[in-house]
Design a protein around this ligand. Structure first.
Ligand code: FE2
Length: 342
C-alpha cells in the first residue's frame, strides 16, 4: 500500500494508493497543503482516482473541490453531505475501488450527520469520529452525541483491536493508534454507558473553532474563502510601492489618479495629496462619473492594502486596464512618514 500522512497544523490528511497500479485516493485534503499534495502525486507517480472528505469540516478549509477539479478526480462524500460539489455520494457499506486497494465506507454519524470512516486493509481512517485519546465533538451543526455513541460502540470499536487508527486530527503530533489501544486508554471511551457518554459529550464546554462560519460556508457550498478572493484579486493586478508613488507625486509625472476607496471619515482624517475619494461600496456605480477616462493610470489605496487590491481587480474587470493597487495601505504610508493631506 502506498501511504503518506500529511499534517497541517492539527489536521491530518492522507494519500493512500495501490502499489501495483499507482491508483490512489486523497483523504481530507486541506487548503494550505495543495502544493504539497501536487508534489507528492508527481513524486510518487500516482493517479488520484478519488478525493474523499470524511465529513463536512467546520474547522478548516477543505481542498477537495479544487483538487478534484485540478486532478479530474470525483469528490466523494457521504450521501447526507450538503456540499453541492460532491460527485459521488456513499452509503454505509459502499466500497471504493482504487487499483487493487479496497476502501470500505462506514457511516458513522455523531460528529456530523455525514461522517464516514474508511476501512482499508489493516487500517481505518476515522475522520473526526475517533481521535487519538478523544472523539470528535458533537456540539457543532448536525452533531449528535447519541449518534456518536452508536457509531463508536456499535460499529467502529467492533473492528479488530489491532486495526490501525488514522484520524483527521491530532494536535500532539501523534500519527496513529489502534482500536485496541483506544478502547483501553481513550478517556471518552471509558464511558461505555450511553447516558454517561451523552452527558459527558454535552458538557465538554468547548470553544468554537476559529473559522467556523467561514469554513462551513465554503465547505458546504464551495464558496471561496476571503483569503482565496484576495489571492485571486492579487493575481489580476499589478502593485506600486509606497516609495514609487511618493516619488511620482513629487515629480508630478503625468496623469495619475490616486483613488482612495476607504469610508469618508477615514479619508477626511488624512489622505494622499490629490487623492480622489470613492468608497469601495460605491465603486461600480460611480466609476463612469468619477473616472471618465478608462485609459488613465489609477492607483487604488485603502487602510491596509487589501480592499484596494479588490478594488483594483474590480476596476480592471470594468475595463480600466491600468488599475494598480498600492502595495500597503494608508497605515503603512503614514508610518513610513510620507505626507498626508486633510
Ligand atoms: Fe470535523
Amino acid at each position: 500500500m502506498i501511504f503518506e500522512q500529511i499534517a497541517a497544523g492539527g489536521c491530518q490528511s492522507y494519500l493512500v494508493g495501490c502499489e501495483t497500479t499507482r491508483a490512489a485516493v486523497l483523504i481530507d485534503p486541506e487548503q494550505s497543503r495543495i502544493e504539497h499534495y501536487r508534489m507528492l502525486v508527481n513524486q510518487l507517480g500516482v493517479h488520484i482516482r478519488y478525493v474523499v472528505d470524511t465529513h463536512t469540516h467546520a474547522d478548516h478549509f477543505s481542498a477537495s473541490r479544487g483538487l478534484g477539479k485540478a486532478l479530474q478526480a470525483p469528490v466523494v462524500m457521504h450521501r447526507l453531505s450538503p456540499a453541492p460539489f460532491a460527485d459521488l455520494r456513499l452509503d454505509d457499506g459502499d466500497m471504493l475501488i482504487v487499483g487493487e486497494l479496497r476502501l470500505k465506507a462506514m457511516h458513522t454519524p455523531g460528529h456530523t450527520r455525514d461522517s464516514l470512516c474508511l476501512v482499508a486493509e489493516d487500517r481505518v481512517f476515522t475522520g473526526d469520529t475517533l481521535l487519538i485519546g478523544g472523539t470528535g465533538r458533537t456540539d457543532l451543526p448536525t452533531g449528535d452525541p447519541h449518534a456518536l455513541y452508536e457509531s463508536l460502540f456499535e460499529k467502529l470499536l467492533k473492528l479488530p483491536p489491532e486495526t490501525l487508527v488514522f484520524p483527521a486530527h491530532d494536535y500532539k503530533g501523534r500519527s496513529h493508534s489502534t482500536i485496541g489501544i483506544e478502547i483501553a486508554d481513550n478517556p471518552r471511551l471509558q464511558k461505555v454507558e450511553r447516558t454517561a457518554f451523552v452527558d459527558m459529550m454535552q458538557h465538554l464546554d468547548l470553544a468554537a473553532p476559529t473559522h467556523l462560519t467561514e469554513a462551513l460556508r465554503t465547505n458546504m457550498s464551495g464558496g471561496r474563502t476571503v483569503a482565496q478572493m484576495l489571492a485571486e484579486a492579487a493575481r489580476e493586478v499589478p502593485f506600486m510601492s509606497l516609495a514609487e508613488l511618493n516619488d511620482r507625486i513629487g515629480r508630478n509625472s503625468g496623469a495619475l489618479v490616486i483613488l482612495d476607496v476607504r469610508e469618508k471619515d477615514a479619508y477626511d482624517k488624512g489622505h494622499i495629496a490629490g487623492a480622489v475619494h470613492l468608497p469601495r461600496g460605491q465603486l461600480e456605480l460611480r466609476t463612469n462619473s468619477v473616472l471618465p477616462d478608462p485609459t488613465v493610470k489609477i492607483i487604488t489605496c485603502c487602510e491596509f492594502g487589501k480592499i484596494s487590491t479588490l478594488a483594483a481587480a474590480t476596476l480592471r474587470d470594468l475595463g480600466y486596464m491600468r488599475a494598480t493597487a498600492l502595495d500597503g495601505g494608508m497605515k503603512a504610508w503614514s508610518e513610513a512618514g510620507y505626507p498626508l493631506e486633510q
